[in-house]
Design a protein around this ligand. Sequence first.
Ligand code: APR
Length: 234
Amino acid sequence: MTAIRNIVILTGAGVSAESGIATFRGPGGLWEGHRVEDVCTPQALHRDPELVHRFYDERRAKLGEVEPNAAHRALARLDAEWTGELLLVTQNVDDLHERAGSKRLIHMHGELKSALCARCGDSGAWEESLPPGSVCGNCGAATLRPDIVFFGEMPYRMEEIERAISRADLFVSIGTSGAVYPAAGFVQTARYHGADTLEMNLDPSEGSGWFAESRRGPAGVLVPEWVDGLLAQA
Ligand code: APR
C-alpha cells in the first residue's frame, strides 16, 4: 500500500446531525417539513420567493443555536496537523466546519451565511435575514438571493475539487446518503485515479458498494477515532 499523503474528504448532512441540524432525507423524505423541490430549485425561487427566502432565513438563524461537534473538531485538527495535501469538500451550507477551525474547505453547495446576486453573480457574507428584493452592493439591482446551489445549478469550484481528487491517495466520505450528484460520483473518480476509499455513515448509503471500506456509526464517534489513527501513523 502506498503511503497516504494527499487526502480529500467529502462531508454531508450526517456530519452536522449531532449538532442538531436536520439531515435532508429525514423521516417522510421532508427537509424541515418541506419537500426539497419546494425550497431548493430555481423554479421554487421564481414561483414563491417569500417561502424560499424565509426557509433559508430560518436555517441561517438556527446556526446561532448550534455548535460544531466532535466530528467537525476532529476534521479541523486533521487539517491543522496534516502536512500533506488535504481538501475538505462539504455539501453542507452550515458554517460548522469553519467554526471548528477547518481552513482547507470548499462549500460546494453554497453557504447560508452568504448572499448571491442573481443578476451580476457577485456574492458576499450575509449574517441577517435576506428578504426578497434585497439590493446587491455590487450592481445595485434588487436581486439578492440565498447563496445556495439549487438542484439543476452547477456546484461551486468543481475543477479544483476534481483536481484534488485526481491527486488523492485517500478519499473519505462522511455522513452523506450518496443520493446527489456530482458529489455522489467523487468516489468513482477517486478509485479511477487509484485512491483508497473509506466511508463513515450511520446507515448504508447509496454508494456504499463503491468504497473499499465502510464504517457504520455516528460521525461524532467514528471521525475522531479515524483522525487519531491517521495522525498516529503519520
Ligand atoms: N453520523 C453519520 N452519519 C449520519 C448521522 C450521524 N450522526 N446522522 C445521519 N447520518 C447519515 C444518514 O444515514 C444519511 O445517509 O447522513 C446521511 C445524510 O443524508 P442526506 O440527508 O441525504 O444528506 P446529504 O447526503 O448531505 O445530501 C446531499 O442533497 O438536498 C441536497 O444539496 C442538498 O447537500 C445536500 C445534498
